[in-house]
Design a protein around this ligand. Structure first.
Ligand code: HPA
Length: 270
C-alpha cells in the first residue's frame, strides 16, 4: 500500500509541484464547486498510477489543483463508492494520496437522504458524527503503521473547531444549517421505509453511500475533517415516496451555491 501511495504521489508531484493545503471531496451533483478554483493543473484519475477510475453519473473523475480562498487546494471531482464494486482500500486510496501530497485539512461533501420528517430537501447538514457499522471498515486487515495506529480514536472525527467556524460563517450570511449524524450505508439501493425508520431510531439524521470510509481513513492519518451533507430526499415521509438518482442530483445542484460559499469561506479562514 505504501509503495502504491508513494508511486501515485511521485507521479502527481512530477506534474504539479505546489503542495496543496486543503483536500476537497465533492459529492454527487456538487461537482461544479470546482468552477470556483483558479485551476493550475488537472490530472485525470486514469493517468495516476494505482488510482481507481470513477464510473458513476455526475462524477467526472479527476484531481483538480489550484487556488481557492488564498490557499493551494486539491479537489477530487468524482469519488469512489463501495457500491461501484471497489474494495475499501480503493475507496480511500485518493484520501491517502492527498494526505501524502501534504494536505492539512480535508473537506467532504455528499448528497444524503434525510430521516427526519420536519427536514426538507435542500437542507444543508453539518456532519457532527457518523455511524459506519453498515459498511466495511477500510482499516480492516494488517495495520499500515506508516499511516496511523491500529486502533484509532474516533471521539471527534469531525473537528469541532471547523464546525464552529462554519456555524459562524453561516450565521453571518443568514444561511440556515442543520447539524446531525450521518449513517453510512453501502447502497446502491435507497433505503426501505423500515430502514429509514431504523436509522432515525438509532440517532441518524441523514443516510448516504459515501463519506464514512474516507473519513475513517483520514482520521487514521490524523487529518482534521469537516463534512457537510446536502439533504436531497426525505426518506422518512409517510406519503407516497419514491426516490430517483435524478432527483438527488437536481436537489444537490440547487443547494450547491450555499455549500460552495461555506466551503470557500472556511478555506479562506483556515
Ligand atoms: N439514501 C442513501 N443515499 C443517498 C440518499 C438516500 O436517501 N440520498 C442521496 N444519497
Amino acid at each position: 500500500m505504501m509503495q502504491k501511495i508513494n508511486e501515485a504521489v511521485a507521479f502527481i508531484k512530477e506534474q504539479y509541484s505546489n503542495k496543496p493545503a486543503v483536500g476537497i471531496v465533492l459529492g454527487s451533483g456538487l461537482g461544479s464547486f470546482t468552477g470556483e478554483i483558479a485551476v493550475e493543473k488537472e490530472i485525470p484519475y486514469s493517468a495516476i498510477p494505482h488510482f481507481p477510475v470513477s464510473t458513476v453519473e455526475g462524477h467526472s473523475g479527476k484531481l483538480i489543483f489550484g487556488q481557492l480562498g488564498g490557499k493551494n487546494v486539491v479537489a477530487m471531482a468524482g469519488r469512489f463508492h463501495y457500491y461501484e464494486g471497489y474494495d475499501t482500500s480503493a475507496v480511500v486510496f485518493p484520501i491517502r494520496v492527498m494526505k501524502f501530497l501534504g494536505i492539512e485539512t480535508l473537506l467532504v461533501s455528499n448528497a444524503a437522504g434525510g430521516t427526519k420528517k420536519d427536514w426538507h430537501v435542500g437542507d444543508l447538514m453539518i456532519i457532527k458524527d457518523h455511524v459506519s457499522f453498515f459498511t466495511p471498515n477500510p482499516l480492516v486487515g494488517k495495520n499500515i503503521d506508516a499511516l496511523g495506529p491500529r486502533f484509532p480514536d474516533m471521539s471527534e472525527p469531525y473537528k469541532k473547531a471547523l464546525i464552529d467556524k462554519v456555524k459562524a460563517i453561516a450565521a453571518k450570511q443568514n444561511i440556515a444549517l442543520r447539524e446531525g449524524v450521518y449513517c453510512g450505508v453501502t447502497g446502491p439501493t435507497f433505503e426501505t421505509r423500515a430502514e429509514y425508520q431504523l436509522l432515525s431510531l438509532i440517532g441518524g439524521d441523514a443516510v448516504g453511500m459515501s463519506t464514512v470510509q474516507e473519513v475513517i481513513a483520514a482520521v487514521h492519518m490524523g487529518l482534521p475533517v469537516f463534512a457537510m451533507s446536502v439533504i436531497t430526499d426525505i426518506g422518512i415521509r409517510d406519503e407516497e415516496n419514491t426516490i430517483t438518482h435524478d432527483e438527488v442530483l437536481q436537489a444537490a445542484k440547487d443547494a450547491e451555491p450555499k455549500l460552495t460559499y461555506i466551503f470557500k469561506e472556511l478555506i479562506a479562514q483556515l
